[in-house]
Ligand binder design. Structure first.
Ligand code: ADP
Ligand code: MG
Length: 719
């Protein structure tokens, strides 16, 4: 017997354990690739859509666009070379009407089925044209098999895994399925939108995999059918159960009690020294955070507030509270520029107040000189650094805190789950058996339904008020052909002593292309503004900032812009988050159609930071097709129509869906497979209501329910 190739040490070994085993077919391998390795996975692999193969539509009675099953005799079948290689067959129905079937990829089986004079059934979308009916890539079916009585499910699949094979595997798994219900009957009875049809879970699954002939077809296709709702409810309940559990586990952890001195201490002194009064929203949020910090359990709070709502000072006050209580605080930001800016501000605010105690604000980044870094590490380990500001460098292993009491993550959605976990897991507080408190900040507000699911274990504070005196930014949409007009506007702004950002297109595939575009625009603006003078009669200078610049140079350019020495800053999206130059009044975004909605909103937030009237010009270039895509148009329209970060987030979610909106990796959100946050919002509330009840009254069932639906994904929920 020949030795199987896979077991031979000389030949490349395919994935899988090397132990000898029965040869695996291509279809089985494809099943494994999809993760469909056991009955549970198979029965939860639900149809994408359904085909109606229950009746044959006479060609003479068909309508354009119908998805139909047709039947007839093959009149001709040939391979054409032009305009593209294709197999073309003409089939005549019993009523004499004809349909042309086209295949751009085809196999010998196609030609066997379409042999001259053979009877054939084809399922697909019927198109009417001057030459009669046609179908592109119909599915061919045997003409003599009995027609199914119910809808036929069509599953998501992959190369090498035919629908029929997949369907059979799922049917076998379904037949073996012996699941009991983990959802208590009392909860099922209150399930909204199932119209009194309290199926067992296996019953609901059977409806989805083998729809009965009398099923409500539209509801099934649109996933509003009670059977779909049942699945969504199960999944959402699992998620709420897991989050409730995470919350309980956190409540069992201990954290240092961080409370400022009775006279108000450092936070009060910081507030008194600020050049502005806090807004009402800031005062409320500061109090919410202070209340959390004063408890002996770790805070897990998300501070969300629109761009420019003043989150930094809230973070500074929280840090001051931790420091006053004798603990250290860490603040992590996603980019060097942003971290640097925070550092500058916090040093300015806090160091004068810290000086008497001999403590300081430390700075950590991957790019700093070794000696400086060593000194910082030592100050952190010995506790002399009261506050540590930095990039990802803050969570590296060598960074050892003496007593970390509070960790703050700015622009939290830009970090991965692992990074947030690493910050929380920092030794220091843990060395004495205490977890640090965690404050996450984000300018991308999370719509309520998403907050209830993805962030169920997080308390949310919202800054819903901008500091006074801001004038809303006027947003204009202009075709790129009107560049000259925009440059004139820039000239007028800089003549008044104002400053301008020009953001260059994002070319995803290539940083080199980004750079080329930015460099070209820089040259164009430099030439166009040659000889122009600013309000003080100085020649106008144009700066260039992009990701490839060495850190020192980036800093120098940013600093020159902040000091007003550069009137115009041409930049790639490195300025996206956090940069704060109140004198900038005009933001031009080139190829705005290529940016995401939240990203555009963040960019626009760079202007209108002072009391000066500000504008944002979105330049767009219709693509080769001469028009923008639907999603791009939606995004640009939203930007013109609203300034409200919450409304922007809501529309962004609607355009992109929650998966992309947050990204599984970034949010720690195990993607919902069956539930849809918009469609199933009422189910979220139901799940929220029943999760605590289940833990209290049916803990074993609750545990099994979570395992069944989330299993391996559980760790994610704890981040
Ligand atoms: P973001 O929430 O986008 O991080 P920042 O914290 O950068 O906003 O604040 C934006 C600007 O508003 C900063 O210049 C900050 O100093 C200023 N600011 C914050 N709070 C107030 C306030 N209550 N009154 C006036 N200006 C404020
Ligand atoms: Mg900020």
């Amino acid at each position: 017997m020949p030795r199987p190739a896979a077991a031979s040490p000389e030949s490349p070994c395919p994935a899988g354990p090397p132990a000898a085993r029965a040869p695996v077919s291509a279809a089985q391998r494809a099943l494994q690739r999809l993760g469909l390795t056991d009955d549970t996975a198979l029965v939860l692999h639900l149809p994408l859509r359904y085909e109606d193969l229950t009746r044959v539509t006479p060609l003479g009675q068909a309508r354009d666009g119908d998805e139909a099953l047709v039947e007839g005799v093959v009149l001709s079948c040939e391979v054409l070379a032009r305009p593209r290689r294709q197999l073309v067959a003409v089939v005549q129905g019993d009523d004499g009407a004809r349909v042309t079937l086209r295949f751009f990829t085809f196999y010998p089986t196609h030609r066997q089925r379409l042999a001259l004079g053979a009877r054939v059934r084809a399922h697909g979308e019927l198109r009417g044209g001057w030459a009669g009916w046609s179908m592109v890539h119909p599915r061919l079916l045997a003409p003599d098999a009995p027609l199914p009585t119910g809808l036929t499910p069509v599953y998501p699949t992959t190369a090498g895994l035919p629908q029929a094979y997949l369907r059979a595997a799922i049917q076998r798994a379904l037949a073996r399925l012996a699941w009991d219900d983990t959802v208590p009957a009392a909860a099922l009875a209150e399930l909204p939108g199932v119209h009194g049809r309290a199926w067992t879970l296996p019953q609901a699954l059977r409806v989805l995999h083998q729809p009965p002939p009398d099923v409500e077809r539209d509801a099934l296709q649109q996933r509003t059918h009670p059977a779909w709702r049942r699945l969504a409810a199960e999944e959402l309940l699992a998620q709420q159960l897991a989050q409730w559990q995470a919350r309980q586990q956190r409540a069992a952890l201990r954290a240092p009690v961080l409370r400022a001195a009775p006279d108000g201490g450092l936070p009060a002194r910081l507030q008194a020294a600020l050049p502005f009064a806090l807004t009402g929203a800031q005062r409320r949020v500061v109090a919410e955070i202070a209340a959390d910090l004063a408890r002996a359990h770790p805070m897990h709070r998300l501070l969300q507030g629109d761009v420019g709502s003043g989150k930094t000072v809230v973070a500074a006050l929280a840090a001051a509270t931790a420091i006053d209580a004798g603990w250290q605080c860490a603040l992590m930001a996603p980019t060097e520029i942003l971290a640097e800016q925070h550092f500058g501000k916090l040093v300015q605010w806090l160091e004068p107040l810290l000086q008497p105690s001999g403590r300081s604000v430390a700075w950590l980044t991957g790019a700093q000189p070794r000696a400086q870094r060593q000194a910082m590490l030592q100050a952190i380990a010995q506790g002399q650094a009261a506050l540590v500001v930095g990039t990802h460098a803050v969570i590296q292993q060598q960074v050892v805190f003496q007593r970390l009491g509070l960790a703050i993550v700015d622009e939290q959605h830009r970090f991965g789950v692992e990074q947030r976990l690493a910050l929380r897991g920092k030794a220091g507080a843990q060395a004495v058996g205490l977890e640090p408190h965690l404050l996450m900040m984000s300018a991308t507000p999370i719509p309520r339904t998403l907050a209830m699911t993805a962030f169920g274990d997080v308390d949310v504070s919202t800054l819903d008020e901008l500091p006074p005196g801001r004038t809303p930014v006027v947003t204009k949409l202009l075709a790129d052909t009107r560049r000259a007009q925009v440059i004139e506007r820039i000239r007028a702004q800089v003549a008044q002593g104002r400053q301008v950002y020009w953001v260059c297109p994002l070319v995803e595939e290539s940083e080199a292309l980004d750079l080329r575009a930015a460099t070209a625009t820089h040259a164009e603006l430099t030439a166009a503004l040659h000889g122009a003078l600013d309000a003080q009669g100085r020649p106008v200078r144009v700066g260039l900032l992009h990701a490839r610049l060495p850190t020192a140079e980036k800093k120098a350019v940013m600093a020159a812009f902040a000091r007003g020495e550069l009137a115009v800053l041409v930049a790639t999206t490195v300025i996206e988050v956090g940069v704060d130059v109140p004198n900038a009044t005009l933001m031009v975004v080139e190829h705005a159609e290529r940016f995401g909605l939240s990203q555009l909103h963040q960019l626009r937030g760079r202007v209108g930071r002072g009391s000066l009237a500000a504008a944002c010009v979105l330049l767009y270039s219709p693509g080769e097709a001469g028009r923008l895509g639907e999603a791009a148009r939606e995004r640009l329209r939203a930007m013109v129509e609203t300034h409200d970060g919450f409304e922007i987030a809501r529309r962004d979610l609607a355009i992109r869906g929650p998966g992309e909106f947050l990204g599984a990796r970034q949010s720690g959100l195990p993607m919902l497979r069956f539930a849809d946050l918009q469609r199933d919002a009422d189910l979220i509330e139901w799940a929220q209501r029943w999760a605590p009840w289940m833990w209290a009254h049916a803990p074993t069932q609750a545990q099994r329910h979570v395992q069944r639906w989330l299993g391996a994904k559980l760790d994610y929920l704890k981040a």
